[in-house]
Design a protein around this ligand. Structure first.
Ligand code: ZN
Length: 407
């Protein structure tokens, strides 16, 4: 059983120890020491990394009752009975001690602000999250929890460890039910929060820094609160300031006016989009009038044939509508897109022509499909290159019909 130096004093990061065992597991050398300052992880808190005699420790883990140091590569000095020097990566340890202690404080703040019970926690590389037994958390409760938590940070309270028997633990107002063990370690944020915990913590609450809830989400009837704690909150604040300044420069306004300016711009953009659509429809109508006056006749029927390039569905439809606003015309309008095409074939010849009797038979040769009514059919084709083929086929068929006298 490894002696846990981290458990007695989380500030011990450099230590000497004796190798009591080595093994290979999953292709990696694992070193077991008589004692260690490396935290093997637990309670949502990640394990420590660092070095043994300068060789990198990439993970620390429990193997039964013992803690092992998982090495990146083998370490020559790690033979049983030899002394090694261990160093825990201080930045990595410190970052997660801050997150973990900050979570203790915020969990208690949530209890005091809204009787909200923490059911699980997760410490990620970017955020710390807390899951609460609640459908949702009102913004006012979250704000009050932030106020309480940051007050405790500013108080710079001591973080105390109490090693007690289970029976003795009842003298502390524990925030949650302790694990079913005979000996417990109670972590106290002085006169504020008490929780049984085997993790590593900072020595004083002031070391935690700013605690900020940034969002909440619903998960299986619970609420997950996303937190930025310490340097992460400060870095985020710095990014937000930069963002506000960049937006202010782009919008030529102060921070207080950004929201209003953006709202105005969105409204303006919508209005301009509507106007642009109206103009496009008007342009399509003018285009249709020109096409009608220049249209050749098949038999006695003016036949408008147009192949557009990426004009858009709305344009195509408006063009056809206008071209057929007087009786006695036929329109073949096709819009070629990058890799396909859209087609509309229509007429204003009344009951004398049923497109459904001629168009469907011509579609397969142009790799197209579609449907519609006797006077208006539309659809799509698979390849833009086939668009003209469809137009040719329809024209040829109409020629046979019209020159043959029908209609
Ligand atoms: Zn803890």
């Amino acid at each position: 059983m490894t002696e846990k130096l981290y458990y007695e004093d989380a500030s011990t990061l450099d230590f000497e120890a004796v190798v009591v065992g080595t093994q290979t597991y999953d292709g990696r050398t694992e070193v077991e020491l008589d004692r260690t300052a490396f935290y093997p992880g637990g309670g949502g808190q990640p394990c420590d990394v660092g070095t043994l005699d300068g060789a990198r420790v990439v993970e620390t883990a429990w193997r039964g009752e013992s803690i092992v140091h998982v090495m990146e590569t083998g370490v020559d000095s790690a033979t049983v009975g030899s002394a090694v020097r261990g160093s825990v990566d201080p930045a990595h340890r410190r970052a997660f001690m801050v997150q973990h202690t900050g979570q203790h404080i915020f969990s208690q703040a949530l209890v005091q602000a809204g009787k909200l019970e923490t059911v699980s926690v997760h410490f990620g590389e970017e955020e710390t999250t807390i899951e609460l037994r609640a459908e949702e958390v009102p913004a006012t409760v979250l704000a009050e929890a932030e106020r309480i938590a940051n007050g405790v940070v500013t108080d710079n309270r001591r973080v105390l460890l109490h090693e007690v028997d289970r029976a003795e633990a009842s003298r502390f107002p524990l925030r949650r039910t302790p694990p079913d063990e005979q000996r417990l370690r109670i972590v106290e944020v002085e006169s504020f929060d008490w929780a049984a915990c085997g993790g590593v913590h900072v020595a004083r609450s002031g070391e935690v820094g700013l605690i900020k809830a940034i969002s909440q989400e619903k998960i299986r009837g619970r609420t997950r609160i996303h937190l930025l704690i310490g340097a992460r909150a400060f870095d985020d604040y710095r990014r937000k300031i930069s963002l506000c300044q960049a937006l202010g420069r782009a919008l030529t306004c102060g921070e207080e006016s950004i929201e209003q300016r953006v709202t105005e711009l969105i409204a303006c953009e919508r209005e301009e989009s509507r106007e642009l659509r109206r103009l496009r429809v008007a342009q399509a109508a003018a285009d249709a009038d020109d096409s009608v006056s220049a249209a050749p006749c098949i038999g006695a029927v003016p036949c408008v044939r147009r192949l557009f390039n990426a004009a858009g569905g709305e344009y195509l439809k408006a063009f056809v509508e206008k071209a057929l606003d007087a009786p006695g015309r036929v329109v073949i309008a096709i819009d070629r897109l990058d890799s396909s095409y859209q087609w509309i074939i229509g007429h204003s010849l009344g009951d004398s022509l049923d497109l459904r009797k001629i168009v469907p038979g011509l579609l397969a040769a142009a790799d197209a499909r579609g449907g519609g009514s006797p006077s208006r059919m539309q659809g799509v084709g698979a390849r833009a290159d086939d668009a003209a083929r469809l137009a040719d086929a329809v024209e040829a068929e109409l020629g046979r019909l019209f020159r043959g006298g029908t209609p």
